[in-house]
Design a protein around this ligand. Sequence first.
Ligand SMILES: Cc1cc2nc3c(=O)[nH]c(=O)nc-3n(C[C@H](O)[C@H](O)[C@H](O)COP(=O)(O)OP(=O)(O)OC[C@H]3O[C@@H](n4cnc5c(N)ncnc54)[C@H](O)[C@@H]3O)c2cc1C
Length: 416
Amino acid sequence: MRYSIISVLSQGLRGQKGWTRAWRDAEPRPQYDVVIVGGGGHGLATAYYLAKEHGISNIAVLEKSYIGSGNVGRNTTIIRSNYLHPANARFYEWSLKLWEGLEQDLNYNVMVSQRGVLNLFHSDGQRDAFARRGNAMRLNDIDAGLLDEAEVRRLLPYLDFDNARFPIRGGLLQPRGGTVRHDAVAWGYARGADRRGVDIIQNCEVTGIRIERGRVAGVETNRGFIRAGKVALCCAGNSSQVATMAGLRLPIESHVMQAFVTESVKPLVDMVVTFGAGHFYISQSNRGGLVFGGDIDGYNSYAQRGNLPTVEAVMESAMALMPGLGRLRVLRQWGGLMDMSMDGSPIIGLTPVEGIYLNAGWCYGGFKATPASGWCFAWTIARNQPHELNAPFRLDRFASGHVIDEKGAGAQPNLH
Ligand SMILES: Cc1cc2nc3c(=O)[nH]c(=O)nc-3n(C[C@H](O)[C@H](O)[C@H](O)COP(=O)(O)OP(=O)(O)OC[C@H]3O[C@@H](n4cnc5c(N)ncnc54)[C@H](O)[C@@H]3O)c2cc1C
């Protein structure tokens, strides 16, 4: 069923009775050309682009829970491409370009809102670093503008500019950055993949990976063995656990990250704003709630819920930046599992086991990467070699020393 203004009007006249399911609830078959483990944004996007761009549709996406139950439905919806290093800049800019055409491509309203992303700076040194980043972005054909204090005051008059410890001196703006409705992205890609013949199988947990004569043979699941020519791992916060089933040890730690939403207020924060003196960022949802988050929790965990010390740290940053927030009630809070790589950049590529492909290490920023990640990973799986956009994100860079340390923070997940 194609979605259009005509279909909305005609369904309205027919009492909304004629809508069909957006994707089938498929049963597992004994064998596929490609099995994708993980029905998050990246797994579903990979299936979609494999079918659309490479004509491979004998694919199963295996999801241990339901579509959208992972980080794709838990993130704070921010998209941007304001990176310093060429590898990240090119990759995330390609993602932003795909976001810009995604609704037409998928025939699905994922609510792409390019409202701008503003990174605030609070000192001369930080301004210089942001100017350098902005220049690097422009050299990579990415939109960037350096705002002084007066311009930020005009845009966001309610911030605490004269905070004694963290006075706001200006900001680096990427006007094309913004937000996208996160769970609609999972649903849109699921629908697009399903229409091209992909089986999306929910409640199907991969419990083992079978390797025969050095090459992958298939996956063991709670619904039986499924033979596969190729197995693609897109398990975000569970990457290390699943890769271990194939004998792979990854340079990744799993950490919880929390998000918060306040009660609804009238339009107030009309862009995404990040605090430069602490880990805190804020935007406003279309329903009016202020959506914000901060740093990862302090220790490794596989629990999809957060801890109070981080709640306190996020609230402190919130009050330092925007004291008026203290008048609002936080309605909801949740946690998701972040797969933190040791240089803050992702891994998309081949592995030492023939037929197993890895998509992992998304840290804080995997949602905005979803389209480019799926697009590049599909290319890599179909051709058995990386595209030039994801060639730098190889797994063996940690062994060879070719890390892409965007923040220069080293192997410290809480600093990326
Ligand atoms: C609170 C929070 C805020 C964030 N904010 C942003 C943001 O604003 N912008 C941004 O770009 N990024 C953000 N991120 C990061 C982003 O959400 C993730 O990097 C990205 O969603 C990860 O890729 P995914 O969508 O494929 O992951 P997921 O949706 O987590 O998909 C992985 C799937 O694998 C499944 N799985 C795991 N093990 C198995 C198994 N054995 N068998 C079968 N299935 C399995 C899981 O159930 C899960 O559904 C945020 C993350 C969190 C937690």
